[in-house]
Design a protein around this ligand. Structure first.
Ligand code: MG
Ligand code: MG
Length: 625
């Protein structure tokens, strides 16, 4: 299959769009009439420009309100408009036009009337040596279903008239995709792909503003594409995305994401086996757990950080053989404090005292993981490996951070680290671990980057995403999305905000390159953990009297239990399965903070109900200091 993207999907002028599209590796474009009319280039120059970028124009669109018009002036006008466009198409060097089903107030219904119009148009198209594809708009006046559009095409029975399928129009109306399988592949002239979020909204408004890349939304685009493959169709698949966010995002990023989404979509479809034009990738990467989290720290603050993590129960396990890196451990959690002046983090200008610079993920096969990630457009960072004791497959993650892959074949702890002689600097060395494992990693970004990173994770890894939810910050709204492995062993929460003064926005602007805003450690007993930390003079984020009064009203907790929570500033939530205890700690001079969570009986959430109060508490705390 050839890959294509509609110019309307991207921001910028035609040259900027073509540049981005060709860099992202697409074969072709759909030229949106408006992009051509708005450009000062002649049709011939446009044709040359497209060719110069190594692209072709696979489709000219849109042509609206053609079929079903009453005989006379209106109908004649529609035919002469079509002739004008056919001529233009010849000059542009494209042979296919999209006609979408009519929404004209004076159009008349009737499958045969529409079929007759297309049969007549087919003759004209033949004389211009162009082809016409008919697409059912979900909001078409009479034709709003691809099955009816196909019936029109079938009855028109003309070689120059075919069908255009668009996943958005089919899926948003919940039309059974099996109906595609009975359409002969040579009558499918073109296939357009778009996804959309599960928002109950007028089809037209949703389509014009909120479409997104396959895999970024909630529609079963894979099922649609599977049906298309089953017909034997081997023409062009093209992204046609109208999205307000994309129109203000850099075209290069959107084009790259688009290409990634197509590869990911095609890769996920079993019926595609015959399609040798699309590369095949290793299986989606199964992450078993987070191997380590590396922080970039300044050399002067390193001793203070070791002390702080010691108070949290982490012991120094070893030192890196070739870099200024200290390895800390508690339970199954490994942390690295990297004060190496040559590290990627210091090159990219992390500014605060402590930032996450790398996340190590334990996978089955680190090389295969790298291969899939790079195959899906991730940037290979292997070249910046400093020495033999630092050989890990790495890719660029969000912001300036890296993702490294480790597997059981490489025992990095023995290979790269010198064990610390007296292995414990953790306070309260004999008490049980406060922290057992990493529960989740919260990453913050600009809202317009969220879709991109959510696609990045779900395409490369075997991870599922939750729908977006709104979290209310005292200074605006934060959008939040959860990404997790099927066994929930590895969980990321993505948070994005556009509002000027939310905590998420200031984190991103004040810490360029940083994205991990907090790390949530799992604990077996939050009350014990909080007690131990308070004894070590760790300040837990204070909650209000009102919060605890409301907790009691909501959950009917006993006075004793409530007093335990309140004395330790532990927040509480419940879902159908169980209960959730969580509390927060922010080290001094750090942009990021730590969360401690206890999940009882399989509680599956993240305490979303508490998030507004946590944010309000953090705002009070930072206005005091
Ligand atoms: Mg379309
Ligand atoms: Mg959290």
């Amino acid at each position: 299959m050839k890959t294509s993207i509609a110019t309307v999907s991207l921001s910028g002028d035609l040259v900027e769009k073509l540049d981005a599209i060709s860099k992202a590796d697409f074969d072709a474009i759909e030229i949106f009439e408006q992009d051509f009319i708005g450009s000062s280039l002649s049709p011939a120059d446009t044709r040359q420009l497209v060719a110069d970028y190594g692209l072709e124009i696979a489709l000219f669109q849109p042509f609206r309100d053609f079929e079903g018009l009453p005989a006379g002036k209106l109908r004649d006008r529609a035919f002469s408009r079509a002739k004008y466009k056919f001529e233009l198409m010849q000059e542009l060097g494209t042979d296919l036009i999209l006609i979408c089903s009519s929404t004209h107030a004076e159009a008349l219904g009737g499958i045969d009337r529409a079929a007759d119009d297309f049969a007549a148009l087919g003759e004209i198209a033949k004389s211009f040596d162009v082809r016409v594809g008919f697409e059912a708009l979900a909001w078409g006046r009479y034709i709003s279903d691809h099955r009816d559009a196909w019936e029109v095409v079938r009855r028109a029975s003309h070689d120059h008239i075919g069908l255009i399928l668009d996943s958005y129009h089919t899926l948003i109306r919940h039309i059974d995709t099996h109906s595609i399988c009975s359409i002969p592949s040579d009558k499918i002239f073109f296939v357009q792909l778009a996804d959309a979020p599960a928002i109950d909204m007028d089809y037209l408004y949703l389509s014009r503003h909120f479409r997104n890349m396959p895999g970024e939304g909630d529609l079963p685009v894979g099922r649609f594409m599977d049906a298309v493959y089953q017909t034997g169709y081997s023409g062009t698949i093209s992204l046609e995305i109208f999205n307000d966010q994309f129109r203000r995002t850099k075209s290069e990023l959107v084009a790259k994401d688009g290409y990634r989404s197509l590869l990911y979509l095609v890769d996920s479809i079993a019926a595609r086996k015959a399609d040798h034009n699309m590369p095949s990738l290793p299986q989606p990467v199964q992450i078993s757990d987070v191997g380590y989290i590396e922080f970039a720290v300044e050399a002067e603050t390193l001793p203070m950080m070791v002390k702080t993590f010691g108070q949290l129960g982490f012991a120094v396990m070893g030192r890196h053989k070739s870099k200024h890196v200290i390895w800390l451990q508690q339970g199954q959690v490994n942390l690295l404090l990297n004060a190496d002046a040559n590290s990627h983090a210091s090159e990219t200008g992390f500014t605060t005292a402590m930032m996450v610079s790398e996340i190590g993920l334990n996978v089955e096969d680190a090389q295969a993981a790298l291969e899939r990630a790079v195959g899906l457009g991730a940037i290979d960072q292997g070249s910046q490996q400093a020495s033999e004791t630092d050989i890990l497959p790495r890719i660029e993650g969000i912001g300036s951070s890296l993702i490294a892959f480790t597997d059981s074949k490489m025992n990095i702890w023995q290979r790269d680290f010198e064990a610390e002689a007296s292995s414990s600097q953790a306070e309260g060395g004999d008490t049980p671990d406060i922290v057992t494992r990493i529960d989740h990693i919260a990453q913050t970004m600009r809202y317009d980057e969220m879709l991109s990173w959510s696609l990045f994770y779900t395409a490369i890894f075997d991870m599922q995403k939750s729908p977006l939810v709104d979290v209310i910050d005292p200074d605006g709204v934060i959008k939040s999305q959860i990404l997790q492995t099927p066994d929930t062993n590895v969980q990321f929460t993505l948070n994005g905000s556009d509002a000027l003064h939310t905590r998420a926005t200031s984190f991103v602007t004040e810490n360029p390159g940083a994205t991990v805003q907090h790390i949530a450690f799992a604990t077996d007993d939050a009350v014990l953990a909080a007690t131990a930390l308070l004894a070590r003079h760790i300040d837990i984020l204070p909650q209000t009297e009102n919060y605890y009064a409301d907790l009691q009203a909501r959950f009917g907790l006993t006075d004793t239990f409530l007093a335990k929570l309140q004395a330790r500033n532990i927040m509480y939530d419940e879902d159908d399965a169980g209960a959730f205890l969580q509390f927060y700690y922010q080290p001094e001079k750090s942009g990021m903070f730590f969360e401690f969570v206890e999940r009882q009986n399989g509680y599956g959430g993240f305490g979303a109900a508490n998030a507004p109060y946590r944010l309000a508490a953090q705002r009070r705390q930072s206005s005091q200091t």
